[in-house]
Design a binder for this molecule. Structure first.
Ligand SMILES: Cc1ncc(COP(=O)(O)O)c(C=O)c1O
Length: 444
């Protein structure tokens, strides 16, 4: 057993994401994981209702993935993927993924995570428009409450101001429009219009305002995770696709959370029968067992790059693009998701979770329960009628849940649930029971 107090003391001096150093006094030290459970260095067991950071889709403690990493590392842990080289698992994985998410996306560029994937997508969009003779198209339209990552560009594509404040001035070229967020829709809804169509119209209006000749792409998460588990109405994405086509704007699907089964589809936009021009993925591709991400591009974009002048070699790449060990683990992870039918299990368990969470509406602080597949949000309000967001209360509930053995995450005024896709009915019921007991203890 490791010494929890010593580790906490040693960790105090480190910088951690989304944490003020001053309050980093007694971090939760996680020592191991098994299935949906985490075990802390001081001997506690916590049901991980977040699957890490929305990513540990196959659950913790998978020997097969450890074995895949071990085998690959012994053979070849890493090699450069630059200037004409590749390696066996990177090639096999790219081949496996060709047309896998969407028929039209056959070409993959690997990164190490979601931010790098979105950043790569923005650069690819710029280059594409230059190649087809429209070099002024560089702006990106994103939605409020969007989260796209933490590099300089993806920070400012993100539509949550907290992420901008400390790091301005803002990068130019990022425009935000209201999210398709029915519970708190910030836009106007016209007579006869649905919220989904109104939200899509706001994208169209932004394109027209900026000038279509200046807009390169719209980036959108199919379900906005970090922004509060915002699920768009069904008519939003099909209309968004039409608008992008009409104004010659690329649609980038940020499926860093939704990819690899989270929403009950292997990839989320399949639900609407539409395809993006580019797809960013990460997280679920390896279930977090190795850092890996990527961007897939349409045939039109590939053609533009492939037929470029000889001097335009693809001047973009990360040291770890196509990392051999990460790709070997990804291949095994995708095999597990398919073999164990985890997308179907996630869908079924999600239906049970929905019922359970909805039963908690008896507590006045539950403003709304929303989600799809196995990603759910419970919006916490101090006044249900007025829909008054209560960030402090949401944070308090999160902490109380953790104390009682359930990990959720407060994303704004919403509690997020995105457990491993392997979860079973008893474990789903445990989530609902613990959250219910916490809400009950508030006396609401
Ligand atoms: C939708 C979305 N896009 C991009 C990212 C950034 O991914 P990463 O943290 O791997 O850079 C995240 C991370 O949570 C995300 O949720």
């Amino acid at each position: 057993m490791v010494d929890n107090a010593t580790l906490q003391e040693q960790d105090k001096r480190q910088l951690h994401p989304l944490q003020h150093p001053k309050t980093h006094a007694d971090p939760l030290v996680i020592e191991r994981g098994e299935g949906v459970y985490l075990y802390t260095a001081d001997g506690r067991k916590i049901l991980d209702g977040m699957a890490g950071l929305w990513n540990v889709n196959v659950g913790y403690g998978r020997e097969e993935l450890a074995q895949a990493a071990y085998d690959q590392m012994k053979k070849l842990a890493f090699t450069s993927n630059f200037t004409g080289m590749t390696n066996v698992p990177a090639t096999q994985l790219a081949h496996k993924l060709s047309g896998y998410a969407y028929d039209g996306l056959k070409t993959t560029f690997f990164t190490s995570g979601g931010s790098e994937s979105n950043d790569s997508a923005f650069k690819t969009a710029r280059y594409y428009w230059k190649r087809v003779g429209k070099p002024d198209k560089f702006k990106i339209i994103a939605r409020k409450q969007a989260y796209h990552g933490i590099t300089m560009a993806t920070t400012f594509a993100t539509g949550i101001e907290r992420y901008h404040k400390m790091f301005g001035p803002a990068m130019p070229g990022f425009v935000h429009v209201p999210a398709p967020y029915p519970y708190r829709f910030e836009g106007d809804v016209r007579e006869g219009e649905t919220i989904g169509l109104a939200a899509a119209r706001l994208v169209e209006e932004a394109i027209l305002r900026e000038g279509p000749e200046t807009v390169s792409a719209v980036i959108a998460e199919p379900v906005q995770g970090v922004g509060g588990v915002i699920v768009p109405p069904d008519d939003y994405f099909p209309r968004l696709r039409q608008i992008c086509d009409q104004y010659e704007v690329l649609l980038i699907a940020d499926e860093v959370i939704t990819g690899f089964g989270r929403t009950g589809e292997m990839f989320a936009l399949n639900r609407y029968g539409i395809e993006p021009d580019m797809l960013s993925f990460a997280k679920g591709i390896t279930s977090g067992y190795q850092p890996l991400g990527g961007v897939q591009i349409s045939e039109a974009i590939y053609d533009a790059i492939q037929t470029a002048p000889d001097t335009d070699v693809w001047m973009h790449g990360f040291t770890y693009s196509g990392h051999a060990t990460a790709c070997a683990v990804a291949l095994k992870n995708v095999e597990i998701i398919e073999r164990e039918k985890l997308v179907e299990n996630g869908w079924q368990m999600g239906a049970r979770l929905r019922l359970g969470l909805e039963s908690l509406k008896e507590f006045a602080v539950v403003g709304e329960v929303r989600g799809i597949g196995l990603i759910y949000g419970v919006e916490i309000v101090s006044d249900r009628e007025a829909k008054t967001a209560d960030l402090a209360l949401t944070a308090r509930i999160t902490k109380l849940c953790q104390d009682r053995g359930l990990r959720t995450r407060n994303v704004g005024s919403t509690l997020a649930f995105s457990p491993p896709l392997t979860i079973n009915s008893d474990e789903v019921d445990e989530i609902v029971r613990i959250l219910g007991s916490v809400l009950d203890s508030l006396g609401s």
